[in-house]
Design a protein around this ligand. Structure first.
Ligand code: ASP
Length: 355
């Protein structure tokens, strides 16, 4: 008799413990990690060599490799792609936007983390900044060292990204990038170093905050319209107009513009010299393309600083558009979305000043 009551007490205790554990899980935010590949999912033969291949490790193994990450949130992983982000595509951007919007529209999802290669992460972050229709946190992260490397930076970046996405205070900041303990706004962040871990910087506007072992400190709100204040939507969209980038240099060849137009580009971004400048021959080719209905945007190859509408080039007179603060690759993203409908010069220029 005594034994039975001991057993039933034990069973009851176990039941209570599991009820408490479940109740705690329910209190944790629900975060979904969408994995797309990159060095964070990369693997190499040696922990001290620089050779490796991106996009080798699957999301479940990536989550399992991060100590204590499940104490931050109830986590679910989904593998959307597994590529080095040099192979990121408009198709994956559209898939990501669709999935993030689906998830965040439900009460069951409090935030999304996206693991992504660093090469084109700023473009994906900016694309989502314009196309996600929710103010819940969306956080991209990656790493500079593969998962097999000595002092791999991926696990802590992932931990910090989940901590940020799980924090209700991160609502309303638009899409963010977390790397190396720093939080950057999608509009401002740039890959500034080819290999060191401090690659992501917002050189003009500054980081919007820090996240140190999950503890978050915000400094300022991002500027520019984003997410719920964006007028863009990719609902039901399966492709985007072709937009190419021409890199400016001394004595640049104007015929590159004609080649792009012939190949079907609807928009061209010029990574101009200085304040979005180009030589006289290229400016003539740009004016001709603009007259023929191609949208030509002047950005700059200089890493820091905006391009001015009223600099050495008179955009309104020439029919060109000034990129303002967007670097060439982000100007291309905005232009692809903007070209979904016919616009006047004023309306197109407005977008570059507002987003
Ligand atoms: N090539 C890699 C990628 O972008 C580099 C990285 O993730 O750091 O996927």
């Amino acid at each position: 008799m005594k034994q039975i009551s001991f057993k039933s007490t034990l069973v009851a205790l176990l039941l209570i413990v599991s009820i408490i554990a479940n109740a705690q899980d329910k209190k944790l935010p629900n975060i979904v990690i969408l994995a797309t590949g990159g060095t964070i999912a990369g693997a190499g033969a040696s922990s001290t060599g620089s050779a490796y291949t991106s996009g080798q490790v699957k999301i479940e193994a990536m989550i399992d490799a991060v100590p204590n990450i499940r104490t931050l949130a109830n986590l679910k992983g989904e593998q959307l792609a597994n590529v080095g982000s040099q192979d990121m595509s408009v198709k994956v951007w559209l898939d990501l936007a669709k999935r993030v919007n689906e998830l965040l529209a439900t009460k069951e999802c409090d935030g999304v983390v996206i693991t992504h290669g660093t090469d084109t992460q700023e473009e994906t972050a900016y694309f989502l900044n314009l196309t996600v229709k929710s103010d819940k946190p969306v956080v991209l992260t990656g790493s500079m060292r593969p998962s097999t490397a000595l002092s791999a930076d991926g696990p802590l970046n992932m931990y910090n990204a989940v901590a940020l996405a799980a924090n209700p205070a991160a609502k309303g900041y638009g899409v963010m990038v977390v790397m190396n303990d720093e939080i950057h706004a999608a509009k401002d962040v740039k890959k500034m170093y080819s290999t060191p871990v401090q690659t992501f910087q917002s050189p003009q506007e500054g980081m919007i905050g820090t996240v140190i072992f999950g503890d978050i400190l915000f400094f300022h709100k991002p500027h520019g319209r984003n997410t719920i204040n964006s007028e863009f939507s990719v609902a039901g969209v399966t492709s985007l107009p072709r937009v190419d980038i021409v890199y400016g240099c001394a004595d640049m060849s104007p015929d590159l513009i004609d080649i792009m137009v012939k190949a079907g580009a609807k928009g061209i971004v010029i990574a101009g010299v200085g304040d979005g400048n180009m030589n006289a021959a290229t400016l003539e080719a740009a004016k001709k393309a603009a007259k023929n209905g191609i949208t030509v945007v002047r950005a700059t190859r200089v890493p820091i600083g905006a391009v001015l509408v009223k600099g050495e080039v008179n955009d309104k007179e020439f029919g060109t558009i000034c990129s303002d603060e967007l670097n060439p690759q982000k100007a291309r993203v905005l232009l692809m979305l903007a070209l979904q409908k016919q616009r006047s010069w004023d309306d197109m220029q407005r977008l570059f000043l507002e987003y």
